[in-house]
Structures are given as C-alpha cells and as structure tokens.
Design a protein around this ligand. Structure first.
Ligand code: PNS
Length: 159
C-alpha cells in the first residue's frame, strides 16, 4: 500500500491544507493527515480539537485518515509504514525551510518528501494569517470551512 503523510500544525485547517490533502489523496492509496507539534509556534486549538476539525472537513475523502504524533515526523513514518511526506509549497518563501526539512528527513531516515504547488488562489493563505484576521474580527469565510470559522469565532471570543 502506498501511504503518504500530510503533516502540519493545522491550527486550524484551512482551504489551502484541504487543497493539498484532496489532491494528494488522488495519488496515494492512503493519506494520513498528521497533527504534529511545531516547536516554533504556540497553538490556539488543542490537538484533539484540530483532529476533530480535520476529520469533519475531510470526511468526503475515503482514503484520508487523521492522526497525531508528538516526536519526529520520520519516526512517525517509520512506525506507520509511511513512505512519502507530502507538503504544499505556497511561494518561494516556503522553499528554504521546506527543503532543509526534506533533506534532514531524507538523510536521517531515508524518508522521501514530495512537494505540491499550492493552487494560486490559496498562495497567500496560512493558519497564522487566518488567526490574526479572526482575532480582529476579519472575515475568514473564504479561507476556512464554515465549521472551522464557527470554532474560530468562539475561540477568539474566549470560549
Ligand atoms: O504546519 P507547520 O507548522 O508548518 O508544520 C511543521 C511540522 C509540524 C510538520 C514540523 O514542525 C514537524 O515536522 N514537526 C515534528 C518534529 C520534526 O520532525 N521536525 C523536523 C526535523 S527537521
């Protein structure tokens, strides 16, 4: 079975993530969306909340499953027979960091990374931007699914 992982913080999942997950699911037998810790970021939603949002918004994709992991991504890949890491590249600004991670993951554990070009309509989109907009009452309805938008509104209101 060809199994890929789409890893990320997903805090919260956006239409940009969903674009990559949906397109990746057409190329692999199974795609695992794995919520991992990014030590450089603090999170708005708990891992359990993020998993629930991803499960709901990917429920139309039969070969997509959701999981979480605290530790190295390559250890997750080894423990779960995942052969390929799939990441989206939005712009050249993503490239340096993603290349560095892909090379470390290849060197450390022989795990391949593949990059998909983000759809141009999502090239500016990030969870950080969505959180910033939501914090100040901006409209993020074109950036995240309705259920995520509702959860964001509640969270920034302190609930
Ligand atoms: O959505 P993000 O925050 O850009 O995702 C980054 C993430 C979580 C995929 C990355 O930080 C990660 O892989 N974290 C797990 C620890 C690890 O394996 N780090 C990479 C070593 S080079």
């Amino acid at each position: 079975m060809k199994r890929a992982v789409c890893p990320g913080s997903f805090d919260p999942i956006t239409y940009g993530h969903l674009d990559i997950i949906t397109r990746a699911s057409a190329h692999f037998d199974q795609v695992v969306v794995a919520v991992l810790e990014n030590r450089t970021k603090s999170s708005l939603f708990t891992v359990a909340e993020r998993i629930e949002m991803i499960r709901e918004t990917t429920s139309n994709l039969p070969n997509v499953v959701v999981d979480s992991w605290s530790g190295l991504l390559v250890d997750y890949c080894k423990s779960n027979s995942v052969q390929v890491i799939v990441k989206g590249l939005r712009a050249v600004t993503d490239f340096d960091y993603e290349l560095q991670m892909a090379q470390v993951n290849l060197q450390a554990a022989g795990v391949e990374s593949m990059f998909m070009a983000t759809a141009p309509s999502h090239s500016f989109l990030s969870s950080s931007l969505v959180k910033e907009l939501a914090h100040y009452g901006g409209d993020v309805s074109t950036m995240v699914p309705a259920s995520v938008n509702a959860a964001l509104k509640l969270r920034v209101a302190g609930k």
